[in-house]
Structures are given as structure tokens and as C-alpha cells.
Design a protein around this ligand. Sequence first.
Ligand SMILES: Nc1ncnc2c1ncn2[C@@H]1O[C@H](COP(=O)(O)OP(=O)(O)OP(=O)(O)O)[C@@H](O)[C@H]1O
Length: 239
Amino acid sequence: MIEIEHLTRRFGAFTAVDDVSFTVEKGEVLGFLGPNGAGKSTTMKMLAGFVTPTAGTARIAGHDIADAPVAAKRALGFLPEGAPTYPEMTVTGFLQFVARIRGFRGATLDEKVAAAMAQTQLEGVRLQPIETLSKGFKRRVGLAQALLHDPPVLVLDEPTDGLDPNQKHEVRELIRRMAPEKAIIISTHILEEVEAVCTRAIIIARGRILADAPPRDLLRPGHTLEQVFRELTLAREAA
Ligand SMILES: Nc1ncnc2c1ncn2[C@@H]1O[C@H](COP(=O)(O)OP(=O)(O)OP(=O)(O)O)[C@@H](O)[C@H]1O
């Protein structure tokens, strides 16, 4: 469902993403881990068609994001970092707008908006302008727009960032529930989240993949995922 081949992005002389390749199949939840500035968001933005690769390709459900962007985006739900939305719109107004762009009309549109709001527990703030919401609620609006068309592929950049512990739990449960039918990538700095919801983890630092395995396979006896993360990424920083 997700195929990335030799993806590279340079900003001037700096290489943010360096020859990254991986695939994600239906049923997998891939945790994308790495220190600040490792290249996670840049990889996700290239996958979603928001940043053009310097080299390499990204395909979603078989559609190349550069050659067939509309078909690729139809199959994709993307939660960007910070979840930018239109601040002056109400939650309902924004989700109706997204639903119209996704091609829904009439009763189907209303059903899609209601389902996305229910999944992310936004009913209580449905008529509130987005700019008046707390950080966690704004994040949930971003998540709702990503889920609205029930896409087979989800790319979620720090989906639980800014959420309270109850909401973090809810979003992890939601990801777990959706997982069998979708291919999902989440980036996170919360290592327990990887152990809780991810079937596979990629550790990236300075644009390069350092490990790609199920979380339990990354663990050596007596080592936590945090220790493995620190050892791998600090060695890369030193190199
Ligand atoms: N438009 C840009 N121009 C120049 N440099 C950029 C640009 N976008 C990203 N970078 C650089 O690329 C590197 C990777 O950034 P990226 O946002 O992908 O990291 P990240 O792994 O998502 O980090 P974080 O965990 O802090 O969100 C950083 O050094 C960043 O400063």
C-alpha cells in the first residue's frame, strides 16, 4: 500500500532524507522514530505530495504521488505536523468543506462528517471556531479530516502530540481498531506508543534508516526500546 524507493531530499547542501526505502502493507502500523530533525516529517510530506523529492519515488496504493497525485491522495489520509486548518471555520464547517473536496454530497456528506467527529470525539465543540480550540482539540480536528473519507492509507505525523492521557489512549485505540484494514504510518517521540500500537518500527537519524523491525525484535535482553533508540541514534550523530 505504501512503497518508498530511494527517497532523497536535499535543502541546499544539507541532505534531510538520504536514500530511504521501505514498504508498508495492509494491516501494518509502522512507527517512525527518530531524534528532532531526523527527517521524519520531510519523508511524510514527500509521501503525501507536499514536498517534492530531490530523487526517488513514493507510491500510495500503487499510484505514484508525482505522476498520479489525485489518485494517490484519494487513497491517503494525511495528518501534517501541527495540523494546520482554517482557524476561522467552525469544526463542522471545516469538516463539511473537507468532505465536499473529497467529493461527498447530501446525506452521505453529513454521515461522513458525523462519523469523523464521533471517531475523534469532537461533537462537544462542533460549532466552535477552530482558532478558539485548545491544542489537543485542534489536533483532533486534523485527525478527523484525515479519517473522513475512510482511506486505505494513513500517514499521521505525531497524532497524539498535545493530547491528554485519556485522549492519547482513545487515539491509540482508534488506530488499533482501524489497523487490520489499513496501512498506517505514525511518527512519534513516545516509545511506549510504539510498543502499544505499532507492528513495526523504523528508526531514522540524519536522514538514514538505522533499524527496521517489529518493536520486540529491536529489544535485546535487559534493554528498553529507549536504550536501543539512544544507542543507535547517538552512534549515528557521532558518525
Ligand atoms: N524547507 C526546509 N528548508 C531547509 N531545511 C529544512 C526544510 N524542511 C526541513 N528542513 C530540515 O530538514 C531536517 C529534517 O527535518 P524534519 O522536519 O523532517 O525532521 P523530523 O524528524 O520530523 O523532526 P522533529 O522530530 O523535530 O519533528 C531538519 O534539519 C530541518 O531543519
